[in-house]
Design a protein. Structure first.
Lengths: 267, 267
């Protein structure tokens, strides 16, 4: 998907919500477990219930992978069911030497038809560039993540007097463009968005950590929003596991609509 | 697999060779393409031909993933075919927030039965610890990788006057033990092994980059070997793609045997 199309979806739906799909068998509504493909059935109903309130979906590959080969069939059906109306981020945190990253990019972009893949920056430019070579496909690079462990390395001070995550942001931004690169910045660091926008004023940011992880929407928007919105705010568990009964999809829609209307106020 | 068992395989086979399995359809011997599962058939013949000369196999997940869901069936069959006699490293470069890393660990350790998973350190302790909680299962943490991009971030100088990769090594070594943690150090940095051994004298190192990537076995062994060997040297393309004819497996065996006899001289 082109950036302009993503921006136009944001304005039409008055939302910059990304719904994270983390389908864990032990958390699915029990009545779905008798269906032929419970993971897909769960995703399908969540997608149908929330698609008017969001612009992106982020399937988390760990949850599909843990199901074995059939999990990848559920993933494929999920991506196909989402269709072209939403930006699809394969949350896979990939990154390897060049010829291997190329295989990962090929899998997610061409075989499965996702728009974007989350990638880890530790291995440097030749590990990321294969994700930047396909028109309308995006690398979503980890910069400052939402978890506690982001303190261990991402916030280490370099000899240049800048934390590692800022250098990662500054450096990887030069390898792509705002048309093919986004960055992950956790909502659990609302103080950081001001600095992020000094370094990458134009890029889209994928922001996890709102909801279950305790991040704050208003704090994120205050400095994170830019002229073309520039934010995709993700919520996973807060939406998809809002309810565990036969009404789970309606409750998911309710949570998504709540976030959408909070977001509309910032647009 | 326990460390003691790995060490005993090394002494019995007089080898610390890891054979990397990167099965790319376009590179397979053409006569295999008519079989029902060419990727498995290729791996099966490579494994049968090389198992006496190596102690570990490292399937590279990108190459299986790129085949779609059926690639995961080929991966599963490959792991089962290797069996318990060899240390099996899922080269997947995973790493995510805790609940997600736990799903990845579960997939590779419990569902597929691998001994180890390669993991990227950028997200810190809570992203790695789920890979350190299962007895006899190992996290293989990226420290200083073999590719050119290792210069971009891994070699950045911190304010403590130490490059990032050394801090990653020092820090992550405290999260596990030499019984459940290994580190990736590329053979393309032979100068670095002396420093590595000052920081982690006892840990096993997984060393890619010998062969196609230009790394040097003798240089690696000079400082890399420790009392219990402490090295798994990986070769992928140099062995598995040594030949493209009906004799590919014999040629692979020949290349593996060459490396094994070079290694025996260092033991």
């Amino acid at each position: 998907m082109k950036r302009a199309e993503l921006v136009s979806h944001i304005h039409e739906r008055r939302s910059f919500l990304c719904v994270g799909l983390d389908p864990e068998l032990s958390k699915l509504p029990p009545h779905l477990l008798d269906t032929a493909d419970p993971v897909f059935e769960f995703n399908r109903q969540i997608i149908d219930a929330t698609r008017d309130y969001c612009v992106a979906y982020k399937p988390n590959l760990a949850f599909f992978e843990a199901m074995g080969p059939s999990g990848w069939v559920s993933f494929e059906r999920t991506v196909n069911h989402i269709g072209k109306s939403h930006f699809i981020i394969a949350d896979a945190k990939r990154g390897d030497i060049g010829n291997t990253s190329r295989m990962y990019a090929d899998a997610f972009y061409n075989r499965y038809g996702c728009d974007a893949v989350t990638v880890a920056p530790y291995m440097g430019e030749d590990s990321l560039s294969p994700f930047l070579e396909t028109p309308e496909k995006w690398a979503v690079v980890l910069a400052l993540t939402s978890n506690k462990g982001s303190d261990n390395f991402q916030r280490l001070q370099l000899s240049t007097n800048e934390p590692l995550w800022e250098t990662v942001l500054r450096q990887t931004a030069t390898w792509g463009t705002p048309e093919n690169t986004m960055f992950v910045v956790g909502a659990t660091h609302p103080d950081a968005f001001r600095r992020v926008r000094e370094i990458v004023p134009d890029h889209f940011l994928l922001v996890p950590g709102v909801g279950a992880q305790g991040g704050d929407l208003a704090g994120t928007c205050r400095y994170g929003l830019n002229r073309e919105t520039g934010l995709l705010i993700n919520s996973s568990r807060g939406i998809i596991y809002a309810d565990n009964s036969v009404h789970f999809a309606e409750k998911a829609a309710e949570e998504a609509r709540k976030l959408q209307s909070e977001m509309a106020a910032f647009l």
